[in-house]
Design a binder for this molecule. Structure first.
Ligand code: HEM
Length: 406
């Protein structure tokens, strides 16, 4: 983990050196509590290699898991397998069912909710005064959006938040793997996941008996093709939304404020014509920050990529963060430029079956939240250095002081 504790610029310089080597480099797998240390992996750091592997899901499989190191098999038995860890046809079936959650119709329905939440967040910032952008703004929006998507009743939300805090506390864990504190946090993490499963299972059963006009009802009752989620699959989907849609969007918001503070000329450019430029600004924030650092694939058969002969069973890690700074694709890649066009970043994953399902929802959240913030607090800026999460997966900011004094 020492590498991930280093300043972000140093890590990016190391990734640039790996890219220049022109061949995938092999690394040992980090040790994680209760997870058997697996085989090492090859790092894919060039944009072309990441795109090629993402496209070729028949060879670059997401099973048994797309994370590195992979969760122990007993966990999947208890909690079910999220679709991000599946290949087609199992993956395609789930993706077909849950895509309803992200249809333009569903997003239009949720837009007013996001606007209302963003306004409430800014009201609260004004009432309390600015302190930590992560806690007061970035952490609040995505979780509220996911809860309202899933129809989690208002009164159950503080409970959901407390369960998510228990999960997040573990994901930011530092120190000895076998320490009593680490084990306590791990236990808390597993309990929190089980509690959330129980909550949505109750919701799912209720909606199966009495369907309402909401997403959970649509997911647990059959679509025109006769497909529906089982209650266990609904639990896994909720976990996936929380893991995939919560910290990612929260970190994109925090990185966004940091980048627009560090690059005042880009901020001026954005605010001079917000509606015309926010789309490009969001893509550039995602490219530059890469809120998800990497996902993994496992080779199903022998295959050559980037001049390297891989063997069946080899693991590769797709470093989206490194591919997003590849000078072969992005001119002057370390320049933050909200007008960059084209901007074929892989911050939402590479082209292929697992491309982020929530990308348009995330874009909508960022657009509405920054519009509300800059519209009402034009002096908004980060006012100190960010504190970073120690993680090889989430490019996370845990604290970001801010101000909106002119
Ligand atoms: C800035 C915010 C976000 C970023 C950077 C991001 C990034 C990603 C990435 C890189 C993947 C690819 C996984 C792979 O390679 O195997 C992914 C998949 C996924 N994301 Fe996002 N995501 C974001 C927001 C969201 C939101 C808001 C949701 C939903 C509420 C969401 C739901 C999903 C789901 C369900 C998948 C799995 C798709 C599949 O396996 O078919 N994401 N995301």
């Amino acid at each position: 983990m020492a590498f991930w504790d280093r300043p972000p610029e140093e890590r990016l310089a190391d990734f640039a050196r790996l890219r220049e080597l022109g061949r995938p480099v092999y690394f040992a797998e980090p040790r994680v509590p209760l997870v058997r240390a697996g085989k090492g992996f090859h790092a894919l750091v060039r944009h072309a290699d990441v795109v090629a592997a993402s496209r070729n899901a028949k060879v670059f499989s997401s099973e048994p898991a797309a994370t590195s190191p992979e969760p122990p098999p007993w966990l999947a038995k208890i909690l079910g397998t999220p679709m991000v860890n599946m290949d087609d046809p199992r993956h395609a079936r789930l993706r077909r069912i849950v895509s309803r959650a992200f249809s333009p119709k569903m997003l239009a329905k949720i837009e007013a909710d996001i606007e209302e939440t963003a306004a409430r967040i800014v009201d609260d910032v004004v009432a309390a005064g600015p302190d930590d952008f992560v806690e007061q703004v970035a952490a609040r929006l995505p979780i509220t959006v996911i809860c309202s998507m899933m129809g989690v009743p208002e009164r159950a939300r503080p409970y959901v938040l407390s369960r998510i805090d228990a999960m997040t506390e573990y994901s930011g864990v530092r120190g000895s793997l076998a320490s009593p504190r680490t084990l306590r946090l791990l236990y808390g993490n597993l309990r929190a996941i089980a509690d959330l499963h129980r909550l949505v299972a109750r919701l799912g059963r209720a909606r199966r008996e009495n369907p309402a006009n909401d997403l959970v009802s649509a997911l647990v009752n059959a679509n025109p093709d006769g497909e529906r989620l089982s209650v266990k699959e609904l639990g896994s989907f909720f976990d996936l939304l929380l893991v995939a849609g919560n910290e990612t969007t929260r970190n994109a918001l925090s990185h966004g404020l940091r980048l627009l503070t560090d690059h005042p000329e880009q901020r001026e450019l954005l605010l001079a014509d917000y509606d015309a430029r926010i789309g490009g600004a969001i893509e550039e924030i995602i490219r530059f920050a890469s809120p998800i650092i990497q996902f993994r694939r496992t080779l199903k058969e022998d295959h050559e990529l980037g001049g390297h002969p891989f063997q069946a069973g080899d693991k590769v890690v797709l470093y989206y963060l490194a591919a997003n700074r590849d000078p072969e694709v992005f001119a002057d890649p370390d320049r933050f430029d909200i007008t960059r066009s084209p901007n074929p970043h892989v911050g939402f994953g590479g082209p292929g079956p697992h491309l982020c399902l929530g990308a348009n929802l995330a874009r909508m959240e960022l657009k509405i939240m920054f519009r509300e913030l800059y519209g009402r607090l034009p002096g908004l800026r980060a006012s100190g250095a960010p504190e970073y999460l120690l993680s090889s997966f989430d490019n996370g900011i845990t604290r970001l002081p801010f101000t909106y004094a002119k």
